[in-house]
Ligand binder design. Sequence first.
Ligand SMILES: NC(=O)c1ccc[n+]([C@@H]2O[C@H](COP(=O)([O-])OP(=O)(O)OC[C@H]3O[C@@H](n4cnc5c(N)ncnc54)[C@H](OP(=O)(O)O)[C@@H]3O)[C@@H](O)[C@H]2O)c1
Length: 288
Amino acid sequence: MISSRRIVLVGATGMLGSAFRSAIGQNDLVCLSHGELDIRQPGAIRTRVAELHPNILLNCAADTDVEGAEAAPSRAFEANALLPDLLAQACRDVGTKLVQFSSTGCYGDHKQGPYDDYDALRPTTVHHRAKAAGEAAVREAGCDHLILRLGWLFGGAPGQRKNFVWARIVEARAKPEIASDPHQTGNPTHVDDVVKQTFRLLDAELSGTFNCVATGAVTRFDYVAHIVALAGLPTRLIPRRFERRAPVSPNEAATNIKLDLLNLNVMPSWKDSLGQYVRSMLSGDERS
Ligand SMILES: NC(=O)c1ccc[n+]([C@@H]2O[C@H](COP(=O)([O-])OP(=O)(O)OC[C@H]3O[C@@H](n4cnc5c(N)ncnc54)[C@H](OP(=O)(O)O)[C@@H]3O)[C@@H](O)[C@H]2O)c1
């Protein structure tokens, strides 16, 4: 069982990392902070992982600024390609299993309809090129690994940085109408569901690369419309294509074909997860 293993968590302050930190007992967990992981000191990273000698290293660290990466590629490649590369080498040396998180945005824009795990990666942005390079580095390092390609993540407390869902509720409470993009498609995916799916795969002792998204794809417009409706707000939604510096593929939707074939897919529908999440945030909001 996952609970009896020594686990190192990287990126514990982020949206997904916080969900893992809450789910794992403190006794089994060591968190390595951003400040402890300087890619210019690869020997120190290797030594630290060797000292801790975990069974599993969960790497939730990433530079997730997709727009900023176009102007500052080195930051994106440091966090998304080089850091996983060095962690993978360190894991290989001590026999630790590395869990790396990637993105369905790496598939790019070469298919109508959702991408499955066997589609080629043809990233269209600097961010997604860096994420795809991180995946490749993990595979090449030769450590035991799980790579999970995730969809549009949501979750965390209302105050969590980057809380897309709560930010839309706050925006819809303040304005009579808000704009959203009807041309962008993806799978809104709750971080807690990613945690459960990761544990399921670790318990099954599986390795390899998998899509790991909530069931069902939706446009950004319909996603936001759903959030506003769940919050019971009268705000009108305006379809609008946003100007973006990053040429993000309009299609980031995916299906978990490999997990389905293995009968290991525990990812619920995005609608069910989003409904539960919004209701729990709103009831917490009423209590406070
Ligand atoms: N968010 C999404 O919609 C989405 C979609 C698809 C895939 N993913 C993937 O899911 C994973 C988790 O994403 P997230 O949204 O939870 O990320 P996040 O909230 O932006 O958190 C990123 C974490 O990485 C740490 N970090 C950033 N740069 C670092 C570096 N150079 N060295 C060490 N630590 C660094 C941050 O620490 P500090 O705060 O201390 O800097 C933070 O803990 C990532 O692999 C991401 O690519 C996310």
